[in-house]
Design a protein around this ligand. Sequence first.
Ligand SMILES: [Zn+2]
Length: 327
Amino acid sequence: MSWNELAKKQQRVTEILANSLAHDRLAHAYLFTGGRGVGKKDVAMHLAKSIFCLDDPMDACGTCINCQRIASGNHPDVYHIAPDGASVKIDQVRALQKEMKMRAVESNHKVYILEHVDKMTIQAANSLLKFLEEPPPGVLAMLLSENGHAILPTILSRCQTLVFSPLSAEFITSLLIKEGIPSGVAQVASQITTNLEEARLLSQSEWFAQLRAMVIQLGKELRQQGSQALFTIHDQLQRNDRVKEELPLFLDLLILWLRDILYHQIGRHAHIVNKDQQNALQEQTFQWTQAHILKGIDVAMETRNRLERNANPQLALERLVLHIQEG
Ligand SMILES: [Zn+2]
């Protein structure tokens, strides 16, 4: 990992930190906020390594003994705290404070990485606050959180906040393809989530492939007369518990599919996500009118809301089929 590589994921944040490091202007405490999988921990680890790296103190080499010790959690001046169970407990923060009062073992620096700081108990947060008010020299704390809104204002005001942006679909797609995932699957998965790890799991899982197949089959049946679409839904819900659990995802896939049919119709091929399904798209292009597609997307979104409000899945889907068919 290097700043350049990290910049592909998080350009702004990476530039700010690399710059501050180069000019010896790092803050004593940072709060990194952003969704899961956007690279907060990677950036924190790289900054920690850079501070102690024997080869390149501006941009850690990743291979020297210090970089390796930090990566494996064995550097005496780099501390890593993650929630012990559901929350960061006061004992963890107390141990940390005690640690902070001691001199750095091997240099003038100490680095603390605290994950999920929004999950600190109030006591733990208060004792962290004491440190943030009077940070010992040479200490750098990086607080990581997926949920910046849940951080106490008193802590917020003592940290420099860096907001990590969600990963772009293009970035996730290209990474998954490099890992050997077929491009069509990678493309669909990266439209569904901005979390790289989640996108990777989706693209590798059997049930995700099943959900996609079900969506494409329904795309055809929804525009045919008769009750085949209802039968398919009933059948899938009966046979596959996972389908039942993943109905919001199913609806997202349905919306993507209908959108692709529309793009296919109006010739905007570059926008198509299900690129590996050209034949099915070609076929269904003639089945759907634009009015039907828009109605379908509308009903799918409405159904998603209903499910969020705990509607009965079977009934919600039957209603979806009937509404789209009568449209
Ligand atoms: Zn190094």
